[in-house]
Design a protein around this ligand. Structure first.
Ligand code: MN
Length: 230
């Protein structure tokens, strides 16, 4: 088949200890999935988590330099466990959801918080606040076949060597299997889909020159340097 314009390479993540790349299809993200973060964002503790999407082209595989984005004066980090689906399905049973997971990574759900807030205040979509160029730096993937399915353990972020986020994966309001089951009620999930599973408390702004070091013990680490806007 011929294409009218040159075909692009699908965004992909490297797989740890492998020459393989993991092609990324979609990026689902859950909001307010740690109780302390829900509070800092103004939640009342009873709210259900909810989802939004980022384009797979927002990925920055393995981190590195990330440009300060356009049209924001309040650019935030959110450190998250990332789940990569190796199999797809509809109406996935929560008890079998882990069987659909290829592996795990640590990612940053970078956010133009001022544009997200404008959307909230005006009842408009979050896309400009959440889904923009380079807004999803992500580490290499670690196969579940190597590490199992982490449901507890520290998740953390240091900015310029100072700890800004620290929590435990066990503090998630909705577990990873519950997120997969819920999403699969609304979408036919596909191999290559990623889920950013929410951030703990401690979100905050960064500026050019800042160095971010994120990690999930036993899973992966990620380093990002914020550089001048394009
Ligand atoms: Mn997030």
């Amino acid at each position: 088949m011929a294409y009218a314009i040159p075909l692009w390479t699908p965004p992909a993540l490297p797989v740890k200890a492998s020459a393989d790349q993991f092609p990324v299809r979609r990026i689902f993200c859950v909001g307010r999935n740690y109780a302390e973060h829900q509070k800092e964002m103004g939640g009342d503790g009873r709210e259900q988590p909810f989802f939004f999407l980022k384009s797979e082209h927002a990925l920055i595989a393995r981190g590195g330099e990330v440009h300060y984005p356009a049209k924001t004066a309040n650019y935030h980090y959110e450190t998250e466990l990332v789940v990569a689906l190796g199999k797809g399905g509809r109406r996935i049973d929560v008890r079998r959801a882990n069987d659909f997971i290829f592996g795990y990574a640590v990612g940053l759900d970078m956010t133009r918080r001022d544009l997200q807030q404008w959307g909230k205040d005006h009842g408009r979509p979050w896309d400009f606040g959440k889904n923009f160029d380079e807004s999803a730096p992500c580490s290499e993937l670690v196969p579940a076949a190597k590490i199992g399915h982490p449901s507890r353990g520290p998740i953390w972020l240091n900015v310029n060597g100072k700890q800004r986020q620290r929590a435990d994966l066990a503090d998630m309001i909705w577990s990873v299997p519950e997120q997969i089951a819920y999403l699969s009620e609304h979408y036919a999930l596909e191999p290559g889909d990623l889920i950013f599973t929410g951030t703990p408390a401690g979100v905050g702004p960064v500026k050019p020159g800042d160095e971010l070091h994120a990690g999930i013990d036993g899973v992966a680490e990620l380093r990002v340097k914020i550089v001048a806007p394009l």
